[in-house]
Ligand binder design. Structure first.
Ligand code: ADP
Length: 686
């Protein structure tokens, strides 16, 4: 359960509430014990027909006899001791020791008799005047006290649960926020390997399971043992020897629960993994709804969902079985423990003796009321134990969830800022890829490594250049430019900005100067205005509008219901692909980056608008270094690019001016030709 302790820093600020809840748990335990001890009185009244006054008188008389007897004995022992002291011999020394031990035992008994006397006298003076003498009235009084005890106990339980619930919710909120903070610190690769559904599952399902565990930990796990402890104390009061006898079962119970607990934790981890899979199927299906509908994929997704659910069911069932096992196991073990005390107890009562096989089990012969109190007290332990055992499995599940949560938080980000990171002034000289090699990471435990995606790529770009990166799909173009904002770091070689290795500079400085527009442009569920402003939150309205104008966003604002204030919907789903890309471009323009990365940024924009955007870029690219990944090298691009870089199978095979490459680089020639043919055939078709 080690990871439960990790929530400590989030719990500590709410300790006051927690301790208050513990106080209420103590009250609950007290009233639990009080209610159970009522059984003693009931038996007295009903079975033995005694009333309380008689009982107290008897006890006082007995205590008086006992205290006089012991007092007399102690006095005699004192005299004998004095006599021994007057004629000390070797033999008397031994006698003295045994006499002293007798005396201390008798003195202890005298003490307890005196206390008893005091207690019953106090009872007689302060309580008994209020207690009726008629047995029926006494019984009614007992029931009234019982009812009142139960009501107060209920109120205390309520308050305790509410207090602990509040502590747990606040603590969980702290953990959730910490998780979010830590997850955002992780690098892009680690997060994309884990995947959105997995992350969502951890933030919702796992977090819930952990909170549930915490609630039990602060609620039942504190209250029930206290209740059990009260009963145990009660049982010890009646007969500590018999109670000890019943505790012989405790180690057995510990072993059994330890074993069940281990199995449970493993099963819980598997259950949570199964839930992640369900999240995954859900996300994939709802995310790809268009494809699912168009390809009639519903039945396929249903089958998969069914499959995942069955898997979850199987894992859940193993927990259900273990869960179902715990309660009867505790009950049986508890009963066996109680029987271990009750059987000899009943023997002592029914035969009216104090020893069994020469073993002293009670100080004085027990009566049936005492036996029944012992029985009730032991039964009173079984109930909390049973309740605890059912929480046990949930606790284990909570601990497993905490393990999963904190295990994720503890992951080391693959991309980290160096401890002695330097400042990076605005880029103004060059960007250099130096013998860069890179391969994507695999999931932990996924076996073989992936092949190299970038192999010994070297390229120096002067400040202000516009570099077009071309190559077939999967040749590594995006991977190469993604090294710049440090989505991931190269395995070999280095990326230098103005001569500084980007691993040695402050991440914030680096990323502040980069503007990115990707093919799958991501917008947030907000207005167009706010999505653009995301590029630089300090920008004024005029600046936002200017960026929107340059990215030709203003063109389509008129046809939207609320213009700038139009909500773009989840992931920008209410805009067309081309509109989304233009908003994303405006966002990058507003950022005023020194390094601009456009990864197929105009792929969804129509030819006419693309040309306009290229004109914008032509001006905008001045005074910055631009990387442009594109599948179509049109004339409007060639008008303002400095160099073309050709990638093939992760290697940079050529870099130079368009015209030169057409003559010297056959792969570029065929790429360019294919594209020209495609666009002419498209024009012809149109
Ligand atoms: P391009 O941009 O030239 O189309 P990419 O740089 O996107 O190519 O991809 C290069 C290679 O890396 C491809 O073979 C692709 O399968 C692989 N790849 C791309 N992204 C990932 C990723 N997140 N995880 C694993 N492999 C990837």
């Amino acid at each position: 359960m080690n990871h439960f302790f990790r929530v400590w820093p989030h719990f500590w600020p709410h300790r006051r509430k927690f301790f208050l809840s513990v106080a209420f748990a103590l009250l609950v335990a007290f009233f639990w014990g009080l209610n159970l001890s009522m059984s003693f009185l009931v038996v007295k009244v009903f079975l033995q027909g005694e009333n309380l006054q008689e009982y107290v008188e008897q006890e006082i008389a007995a205590a008086q006899v006992e205290s006089e007897y012991r007092g007399g004995k102690v006095r005699r022992q004192d005299e004998e001791l004095r006599a021994l002291d007057e004629r000390p011999t070797r033999r008397t020394a031994d006698e003295r020791v045994s006499l002293l031990s007798d005396r201390s035992r008798d003195e202890a008994k005298l003490n307890s008799a005196t206390k008893k006397l005091l207690f019953y006298n106090w009872l007689k003076a302060n309580v008994l005047p209020w207690v009726p003498t008629d047995n029926f009235d006494v019984f009614a009084l007992i029931l009234a006290v019982f009812l009142a005890g139960t009501i107060i106990k209920g109120v205390c339980t309520f308050v305790q649960e509410v207090l602990i619930g509040s502590v747990v919710e606040l603590t969980t909120m702290g953990v959730r926020k910490q998780c979010f903070r830590e997850v955002l610190k992780l690098d892009y690769q680690t997060l994309s390997l884990a995947g959105t559904p997995e992350l969502m599952a951890r933030f919702t399902y796992d977090m819930d399971v952990m909170a549930h565990g915490l609630r039990l930990l602060g609620g039942k796990v504190i209250r029930e043992p206290l209740k059990a402890a009260t009963c145990l104390a009660l049982a010890f009061l009646v007969s500590w020897r018999l109670t000890l006898l019943s505790l012989l079962f405790a180690p057995l119970a510990v072993i059994v629960f330890y074993r069940i607990g281990k199995t449970l934790k493993r099963a819980s981890l598997r259950l949570m993994e199964a839930m992640s899979q369900i999240y995954k199927t859900l996300e994939e299906t709802f995310d790809g709804l268009k494809i699912v509908i168009a390809f009639n994929g519903a039945s396929r997704h249903r089958r998969r969902f069914h499959h995942e659910n069955k898997r979850y069911y199987r894992k859940a069932m193993s927990i259900v079985k273990l869960d179902a096992l715990t309660s009867p196991t505790t009950e049986t073990m508890g009963l066996m423990a109680a029987l271990l005390a009750l059987l000899p107890g009943a023997y002592l009562v029914l035969r009216g003796v104090t020893d069994i096989w020469g073993m002293r089990l009670v100080a004085e012969p027990m009566d049936i009321a005492e036996l029944s109190l012992l029985y009730v007290a032991l039964a009173g332990i079984i109930d909390p134990a049973r309740k605890l055992s059912t929480t046990f499995s949930k606790l284990k599940r909570g601990a497993a969830a905490a393990d999963r949560l904190f295990g994720f938080i503890d992951r080391e980000p693959l991309v980290r800022q160096a401890a002695d990171a330097r400042r990076l002034p605005r880029h103004q000289r060059s960007i250099e890829f130096k013998n860069v090699g890179f391969r994507y990471a695999t999931k932990p435990g996924a076996g073989s490594e992936r092949p190299d995606v970038l192999d010994d790529v070297s390229l120096t770009v002067e400040f202000g250049e516009v570099i077009v990166v071309v190559g077939e799909n999967g040749s590594g173009k995006s991977t190469l430019v993604n090294l710049l904002p440090r989505y991931y770091d190269p395995h070999r070689g280095a990326v230098l900005v103005d001569g500084a290795d980007i691993r040695d500079v402050r991440l914030r400085d680096l990323r502040d100067q980069i503007g990115v527009v990707t093919q799958e442009t991501l917008l947030f569920d907000d207005t167009i205005y706010e999505n653009i402003r995301y590029g630089r939150t300090s920008a004024s309205r005029a600046e936002v509008e200017e960026a929107a104008r340059r990215a030709h966003v203003t063109q389509f604002l008129d046809i939207l219901p609320d213009g700038f204030q139009t909500h773009v919907g989840d992931k920008g789903g209410r805009l067309s692909g081309g509109q989304r890309q233009r908003v994303a471009l405006a966002r990058a323009i507003l950022r005023d980056p020194a390094i601009l990365i456009l990864d197929e940024a105009t792929s969804a924009i129509d030819a006419q608008s693309e040309r306009l955007i290229h004109q914008t870029l032509r001006e905008f690219a001045r005074g910055r270094t631009t990387f442009l990944i594109t599948h179509s090298v049109s004339q409007s691009i060639l008008d303002f690019v400095s160099r073309v870089v050709v990638m093939q199978d992760g290697r940079l095979i050529a870099a130079g001016r368009h015209q030169t490459l057409l003559e010297t680089c056959p792969p570029y020639r065929s790429l360019f030709r294919a594209q020209v043919e495609q666009s002419t055939s498209q024009t012809a078709a149109a």
